[in-house]
Design a protein around this ligand. Structure first.
Ligand SMILES: NC(=O)c1ccc[n+]([C@@H]2O[C@H](COP(=O)([O-])OP(=O)(O)OC[C@H]3O[C@@H](n4cnc5c(N)ncnc54)[C@H](OP(=O)(O)O)[C@@H]3O)[C@@H](O)[C@H]2O)c1
Length: 188
């Protein structure tokens, strides 16, 4: 399969996650230690593409409370406006560049798009991405599949009783295609 088509900065709303093979974006208790030791760039500096093309980020309160540091996005390589959606902004500690929003998810994503200045909005939240998907407000899903099984944690898409959501691959062999992957269990 071809490598990921370079990401462009064109005002899209993206769900962007590193995800375990079994569909988790965080472990139990929002743990992220499972990412250690995973080569996230390969020969190409994919992070640089996202740093360059991301104009704003939108997250949720649980992810923020677990990692309240917008300056750590992309290892500190990205900086820009960050928005955190919460029903109780009044008890969030102020943080530079971070705006806590208590509004409809559609309004929140429009605020982030306005702040992104034509670049993309990255939705770094499973729950908000799910809401945007249901509202038809998510443009693309960028997944970096991590070579690990977690078995428990925060799922990318956790909607009991959901109907299947069909997706079209837009990089590599575009279409409604399977992507062949082959793994073997290994030591840490
Ligand atoms: N794997 C990766 O690449 C990656 C990247 C970034 C983050 N993460 C992780 O992904 C996980 C995301 O967690 P999550 O998606 O379960 O939680 P989340 O979206 O971070 O937090 C959920 C909370 O956000 C608030 N919220 C969500 N929708 C709202 C709405 N429409 N209006 C008002 N408030 C709203 C609510 O908080 P209140 O009700 O308390 O206000 C809700 O309980 C985190 O652990 C994060 O660290 C992973």
């Amino acid at each position: 399969m071809e490598d990921m088509t370079p990401r462009t900065a064109d005002g899209k709303v993206l769900w962007h996650f590193t995800m375990s093979l079994d569909g988790f974006v965080a472990g139990p208790g929002h743990s992220m230690d499972w990412m250690r030791g995973i080569d996230d760039t390969g020969e190409r500096d994919i992070i640089a593409e996202y740093v360059e093309t991301t104009g704003a980020i939108l997250g949720g309160r649980d992810g923020w409370d677990a990692f309240p540091d917008a300056e750590g996005v992309y290892g500190g390589r990205w900086s820009g406006p960050a928005f955190v959606l919460t029903h109780h902004p009044e008890d969030a500690a102020p943080s530079p560049g971070v705006t806590f929003l208590d509004c409809d998810v559609a309004e929140a994503v429009q605020i982030a798009l306005d702040a992104a200045g034509g670049k993309n909005v990255e939705v770094l939240s499973a729950s908000i991405g799910t809401q945007l998907l249901e509202r038809g407000l998510l443009d693309e899903i960028d997944i970096h599949l991590a070579p690990v099984l977690l078995g428990d944690g925060i799922r990318l898409y956790d909607v009991p009783g959901s109907r299947p959501v069909p997706l079209t691959l837009v990089n590599g062999e575009a279409g409604r295609v399977e992507v062949p992957l082959r793994y073997r269990p290994s030591a840490w």
